[in-house]
Design a protein around this ligand. Structure first.
Ligand code: IVH
Length: 678
């Protein structure tokens, strides 16, 4: 214990640190205007943590150190909406939409009606408030009357879309409604990344968008490429235009993202609406985002007002939906497949059914918990769904009155391939056969040879299966012992293909550390983690002796990954395979720790991007800067060397001008990279 006066001093120091941290939290999370660098913030935080560790009696539950990362707050603050966020009635058939038109004509006593039509985005409804042309607040729809305050999350999205500040003659206060969603390629990439990290994936883009937006830690939202499309000006302190079509054009002129011109239309009469619906349905498969129909709105705002609204939906608009991409079929069998990690995945074999133009005969049931939760059994009728390119999913079992059901699914006690014992790890069951399970070995070899790993052309599924079944390959090192005669004995091989495969195997002997690590198929080590490990450790030898403590220190590496890596390299059989590979001439190339010296002409230079680049993605641009030793940061500061200004730049450009930072357009940036040797 410290003497009383000391203790008082420490208490005051702790209080001051907490206040400081809260202040910077507010600047960073609340206002999006950090005043100190990340490392300065980390120092403050660490100092507080150290003090609290030495004086545990002074720790209070409200201390910033007590916030678990990822779940800093119990819940979002509630915010009442300016005006109720209504929902829409929906129809499926053209006759129903014609009936809607008839009703409107009758009520308004009008002949022909103009409708504005646009996609019905399948995401989450949000409101964004701008004051004096600058983003002020944002909320989810909630129950329509009260939403959740997600200001920091929306700020991160608007910053990426370069519309934190609007331009033109924007009224003092506007409230805009729109939809936040994930584009399909981004949804698929996100699920791949989550799988790689051993985390749960999202069933569809809508769930992924919701899960990404409603994050208390806004940095998670920031890391997910959510987009926004605005479709309503709910409140304006200025004059509203006379029609919806003009309102959308106005929002666009201020710099807000709105439905693309090709995807919105003002229709003269309901026939044109029906034709637009048909056209969008045809385009649906080619769109890079999910829509579940179109929204039909009376174009005249005056007439909208005249018709008014019911309790939860307006009388002047309707959702004209598409037929669902879900169909019913029956389960013929439930089989278990064994993956390269040994995980057993229950697969439902279905009576083939066409869902949204594709015939489906298998659906994954993910894991045993999922089978139990959905209570799917052989013979059951189930609803299957397809979202984007994702493997079809069984949405639910459909109970049929009076049906005779089969027995519940039972996990096999032994591996269906090698008969080794099956063990349980959470909801996942694993075959313990590791090196003796031919299914694991086949999966492992195929993975090792795959494009992202050692890229051995000609080593596809069929060849690998034969090599394993004939016992030519008993572990990865055996690939480097294969002979021409062995290959010539395989189905589908002749002189030329055997020579080509041997050459491809020979060529794979000098893989980069990153590819090699990924290829080993270590649990939880996907491409992203392999990249991090390679750049942190530089050589296989160093990684072989890494400890769990060392590994968790690295950003993005959690305990599960760390333990898995350590366990892999502690297994004598794995080390023996690596040794054999080395003896057989496999020389894993050391990775540059970080671009330094001559290879780092941009060392110490930090870049900030604002607006969209045309010839390359942000990610590519970042990689090119980093490869030359430079850094890319998100905020413009005194130390920023260059601000790269793309299409539709945001407020970072203003900030750069204010601070007198050098500006580069895309061509200038590419020239700089080229002249630096990139
Ligand atoms: S207009 C009063 N337009 O659909 C007007 N909504 O089922 C109500 N949605 O909660 C909204 N795209 O989240 C409108 N172009 C669009 C839309 C759209 C998607 C969503 C919105 C709403 C739900 C209604």
């Amino acid at each position: 214990m410290s003497p009383p006066d000391d203790s008082q001093k420490i208490q005051a120091q702790i209080a001051e640190l907490r206040e400081h941290i809260r202040h910077h939290d507010h600047l960073y999370y609340g206002l999006g205007k950090p005043a100190i660098s990340d490392s300065e913030y980390d120092t403050l935080f660490k100092t507080l943590q150290d003090l609290e560790e030495r004086h545990p009696d002074l720790v209070t539950p409200d201390s910033p150190t007590q916030r678990v990362s990822g779940a800093p707050l119990a819940q979002f603050a509630k915010v009442p909406h300016d005006r109720a966020l209504l929902s829409l009635d929906s129809v499926l058939a053209p006759e129903e939409v014609s009936a809607f038109d008839k009703r409107i004509k009758k009520e308004l006593d009008a002949g022909r009606i103009e409708y504005a039509v646009e996609p019905k985005y399948d995401g989450l409804s949000v409101v964004v408030v701008y004051e004096n042309g600058t983003f002020a607040r944002g909320a989810t729809r909630g129950d329509g009357q009260t939403g959740e305050n997600i200001t920091p999350n929306l700020r991160s999205i608007l910053a990426r879309l370069a519309c934190l500040t609007l331009h033109g003659n924007v009224p003092q206060r506007i409230v805009v409604r729109g939809e936040v969603y994930l584009r399909l390629p981004d949804f698929q990439a996100l699920n791949r990344q989550l799988t790689e990290r051993g985390e749960k994936t999202f069933a569809n883009p809508r769930n992924a968008a919701s899960g990404s937006l409603r994050q208390l830690d806004f940095r998670i939202t920031e890391s997910r490429p959510l987009v926004l499309t605005c479709y309503d000006l709910m409140v304006s302190s200025g004059q509203l235009p006379p029609t919806h079509g003009e309102t959308v054009a106005l929002l666009e002129s201020w710099g807000l993202p709105v439905p693309e011109p090709a995807q919105r239309q003002v229709c003269d009469g309901i026939e044109e609406v029906i034709a637009f619906h048909r056209g969008m349905m045809e385009q649906r498969e080619d769109l890079p985002f999910e829509i579940d129909g179109i929204v039909v709105k009376l174009n005249s705002l005056e007439r909208q007002e005249q018709l008014g609204e019911k309790s939860r939906s307006p009388r002047w608009a309707i959702a004209f939906k598409f037929p669902p991409r879900k169909e019913l079929t029956t389960v013929q069998d439930i089989v278990v497949s064994v993956g390269r990690t040994g995980a057993l995945t229950p697969i439902a074999l279905l009576t083939p059914v066409e869902v949204g133009g594709v015939t489906i005969s298998r659906a994954t049931l993910h894991n045993v918990d999922e089978v139990a939760r959905k209570d799917v059994r052989v013979g059951d009728t189930v609803k299957v769904e397809r979202a984007g390119d994702v493997i079809p999913d069984i949405v639910e079992r459909v109970a049929i009155p009076g049906e005779q059901r089969g027995a519940p699914f039972d996990v096999p006690r032994s591996c269906p391939v090698c008969q080794s014992a099956v063990v349980e790890e959470g909801p996942v069951y694993y075959c313990t056969g590791q090196t003796v399970c031919s299914a694991q070995l086949k999966g492992g070899v195929q993975h090792f040879a795959s494009k992202g790993a050692l890229n051995i052309e000609g080593l596809g599924e069929k060849t690998v299966a034969q090599l394993v079944d004939q016992s030519f390959v008993k572990d990865l090192s055996d690939l480097y012992r294969l002979t021409r005669d062995q290959l010539l004995g395989l189905d589908g091989f002749a002189e030329k293909s055997a020579t080509q495969l041997l050459a491809a195997i020979e060529q794979s002997k000098t893989p980069s550390l990153e590819r090699f690590l990924f290829g080993l198929g270590i649990h939880h080590v996907g491409q992203h983690v392999a990249h991090i490990l390679a750049s942190e450790f530089g050589s296989l030898e160093r990684l072989l002796t890494a400890t769990s403590e060392e590994l968790v220190e690295i950003h993005d590496i959690g305990t599960e990954i760390a333990q898995s890596v350590v366990r892999f390299f502690a297994e004598p059989r794995n080390v023996a395979v690596l040794d054999r590979m080395k003896t057989l001439g496999v020389a894993v190339q050391a990775a540059p720790h970080e671009a330094t010296g001559q290879g780092a002409p941009l060392k110490g230079k930090s870049f900030v991007f604002t607006g969209g680049l045309e010839s390359l993605s942000r990610q590519d641009a970042t990689q090119r800067v980093e490869a030359l030793g430079g850094r890319v940061t998100s905020a413009v500061g005194k130390h920023t060397a260059y601000v790269v200004v793309g299409k539709d730049p945001g407020s970072k450009l203003d900030e750069a001008k204010r601070l007198g930072i050098a500006l580069l357009d895309e061509t200038g940036f590419l020239e700089l990279i080229r002249s630096a040797g990139g």
